[in-house]
Design a protein around this ligand. Structure first.
Ligand code: ADP
Ligand code: MG
Length: 731
């Protein structure tokens, strides 16, 4: 009767759950609440935990100090407050005549979860309190329906516990039954991975994997099953990325910029240098080894007719601006235009001043007057540019009179067009949405008079952990600036928990200012609005200027100031007229004042780890030893770990890894809804090895030719939501 033809996952998607034996309208409804409508949904609805026969013990066999799982019935439940005011729920449970007490602190909802008569599995340690055996704060799985009946049917050594079933009105045992039936009826599953490769990579077959994730004979088998299924999740994403990469690489639709690698060589005689070399020689400092290496990679990309698609990662302060500027020079040397997009106005203004300073002394051929040379022209397009000036700049870009434009999101406006756009650089790219990045790239082609794709260089200072980068940016080439400019020392970071200790922080600020350096004071993050935040910054400045920092000139910078005011505040700070700057997070990214040597972050726990690292990166940008002070207690354990991590870790990559593991999975796609295709089992940190294996595998599958690739492709279509695929394609 059974069908010998192996099924594909996409076949299972066509099987409606109403076809299962004991599934009527009521069950169907409950399953739908769990998001399950097809056999495929059911098979990919993974157990939260397993209860192995060996691990489940009768109460009578348990000794104090044992850690185990017991299945018991709630006899009585009561809720009260302890003398210290903590909520306490006490539940008497029994199993085969034996009784123990289970206590829950600060979980008053347990009273509702565990009314008399409820059966549940309690996982925890058996302790003794005043002669009575008890469990404190165990993990609980409520069991509805008959466990024994369900478990008798099972042949496997374990009972799978499925998530969130009680709420939907279907028991974990019923789910297990439905899964069992689906697995049987599905029969053998088609495996898109050849046996030879499975052996090489030590992976179960797909059929084995699905059986064992639901009905493992022993813990080891559940682990192996998970390994295969996580591998599949990663391979599908990586294959999407690999295919896209191939497509991009095969397109010779880009610009071949005339570049000369010798320009990067400090030994090349001056008379042999072209524009890039002249720029670098005139620059006040020489490239670090890492900057040179990254520029060599970029030179290679810029020369090729395939559009560049490169991510430059480098910790805060590693000197990404110089790399960006040099790349812009490569573009204008060949008579093309460059666009540089920054996430904030403060940063756009700063980049504009720096570019004007660095590029204005270079000369390029005037495209309008044959044989004439003229200085490089740089413009800025930000919200503060007056309408009249804006019109002029737009015309200049369209006619090719302006060589480089810096801007914020304003560069994305439809009316921004270029005559010969050859390069798009995006600074602090993690601050932009995927959409915005894609728009700017597409715009290059559409907005340009010629039909060529501009080269794309994206820079990020919040280093994406290597593992996450592999998954998301698999189709970007990556360069890493893994070296700081000479003389840099890590920023000494100290967490000051006690208000009484803050005095010494302000004393350090005074000492640094007296030594001619600068200090930032970052005001607490105020959630309600930017206005509330500004108000608090104003108050904090007054408080400090008349109290702790009386006698010092204290400046102010917040998001409610006009662009001109912001620029003024930063200029005064840069010059040292106001050596202390009380600021909100507007200084978070990119702001570069090398004389700053202290940063004080108030109520530090309110900031995320990546954000704290960025803020800390505002100092330590010159040769002076720098310090960062985190003020305030941590109200939660997570905050405690976050601030502790910043104190301990100096390197941005380590900070980013810590951030990812503290925040858990699901951060890869940002705040996006976790769709079905989002990693269900895979974890980017924990499964880093598998992710790398999957990347290699995806390359091999893509190389192996169409047949296998086609199978995976069908699967990707089934398992990855279209918008998710779109997301990956565009990123
Ligand atoms: P980020 O990577 O955070 O964007 P920046 O490009 O702003 O870093 O550089 C940080 C600081 O280091 C700036 O003050 C910059 O002028 C300086 N800097 C960059 N490259 C070098 C170098 N090769 N040698 C010395 N200082 C450098
Ligand atoms: Mg920068």
């Amino acid at each position: 009767m059974s069908d010998p033809v192996p099924r594909r996952l996409s076949d299972l998607e066509a099987v409606d759950l109403s076809r299962l034996r004991h599934v009527g309208p009521k069950r169907l409804d409950a399953l739908e609440k769990l998001g399950l409508t097809t056999a495929l949904d059911l098979l990919t609805f993974y157990p939260r935990r397993y209860l192995y026969r060996g691990a489940r013990v009768d109460l009578s066999d348990m000794k104090v100090g044992d850690e185990a799982a017991i299945l018991a019935r709630v006899e009585r439940s009561s809720a009260r407050r302890t003398r210290q005011g903590r909520a306490l729920v006490e539940v008497e449970v029994s199993d085969a005549g034996e009784q123990i007490r289970v206590s829950f602190f600060n979980q008053s909802w347990r009273h509702r979860q565990l009314p008399e008569g409820t059966r549940a599995i309690f996982y925890g340690k058996l302790t003794e309190y005043r002669g009575q055996r008890q469990m404190v704060n165990p993990t609980v799985d409520v069991v509805e329906g008959e466990l024994e009946e369900g478990s008798r049917r099972r042949t496997s050594g374990a009972l799978a516990i499925y998530p969130a079933t009680a709420r939907a009105g279907v028991s974990s045992w019923e789910i297990a039954g439905f899964v069992d039936e689906s697995l049987r009826r599905a029969g053998p599953l088609e495996d898109p991975l050849d046996e030879e490769w499975r052996r090489e990579w030590d992976l179960l077959s797909r059929t084995e994997a699905y059986w064992n994730i639901h009905q493992p004979s022993e813990p080891d088998m559940a682990t192996k099953a998970r390994r295969r299924l996580v591998f599949d999740e990663f391979v599908r994403l990586q294959l999407l990325v690999a295919l896209r990469r191939r497509r991009l690489r095969s397109r010779e639709s880009g610009v071949s910029h005339p570049v000369h690698p010798a320009d990067l060589d400090p030994l090349t005689p001056v008379e042999d240098l072209t524009l890039l070399g002249q720029f670098l020689r005139a620059h006040p400092f020489s490239l670090t080894g890492a900057q040179r290496r990254v520029l060599e990679e970029i030179v290679h990309d810029m020369a090729a007719p395939v559009p560049m698609h490169r991510l430059v990662q480098g910790d805060v302060g590693s000197g990404k601006t110089l790399v960006a500027t040099a790349t812009l020079v490569m573009a204008i040397a060949g008579g093309r235009q460059g666009a540089l997009m920054a996430p904030t106005e403060v940063l756009a203004d700063q980049l504009y001043s720096a570019l004007r300073r660095d590029l204005a002394r270079l000369e390029v051929d005037d495209p309008r007057v044959l044989g004439e040379r003229r200085p490089v022209r740089v413009a800025v397009l930000s919200a503060r540019v007056k309408t009249r000036d804006r019109t002029g700049i737009l015309a200049g870009l369209r006619q090719g009179d302006i060589d480089v434009v810096v801007g914020t999101h304003s560069l994305l406006h439809d009316d921004v067009r270029f005559a010969r756009l050859g390069l798009v650089v995006i600074d602090e790219q993690h601050r932009f949405g995927v959409e915005q990045r894609a728009t700017l790239r597409d715009k290059g082609r559409r907005a340009s008079a010629e039909d060529r794709d501009p080269d794309l260089l994206v820079m990020t200072a919040t280093p994406i952990p290597r593992t996450a980068a592999l998954a998301v940016f698999g189709d970007l080439d990556r360069s890493t600036i893994d070296e700081l400019p000479p003389g840099r020392r890590p920023v000494a970071t100290t967490w000051i928990r006690e208000t009484s200790e803050e005095g010494r922080v302000w004393a350090r600020v005074r000492e640094e200012v007296a030594a001619g350096r600068r200090a930032y004071v970052i005001c607490p993050l105020v959630e309600e609005s930017e206005r509330a935040e500004a108000t608090s910054a104003v108050a904090e400045r007054t408080r400090l200027a008349t109290g702790e920092l009386a006698g010092l000139a204290v400046g102010l910078l917040h998001g409610q100031m006009t662009s001109a005011e912001k620029e003024e505040a930063l200029t005064l700070f840069r010059r040292g007229d106001t050596p202390v700057l009380v600021a909100t997070v507007v200084v978070e990214v990119g702001v570069d004042v090398p004389e700053a040597s202290v940063i004080v972050i108030e109520d530090a726990w309110r900031f995320g780890l990546a954000q704290l690292h960025q803020l800390r990166g505002r100092v330590g940008r010159g040769e002076a030893a720098s310090e960062c002070y985190l003020l305030g207690e941590a109200p939660t354990l997570e905050a405690e770990e976050r601030l502790g991590a910043l104190e301990r870790l100096a390197d941005g990559f380590a900070v980013a890894e810590a951030d990812l593991s503290l925040r858990g999975e699901g951060t890869l796609m940002g705040a996006r809804q976790r769709g079905r295709s989002d990693l269900r089992l895979g974890n980017l940190v924990r499964d880093a090895d598998l992710l790398e294996l999957a990347q290699r595998a995806a390359e091999r599958i893509a190389d192996a030719g169409l047949s296998r690739e086609g199978e995976w492709a069908a699967e990707i279509r089934t398992l990855i939501e279209p918008d998710e695929a779109e997301f990956l394609f565009r990123s």
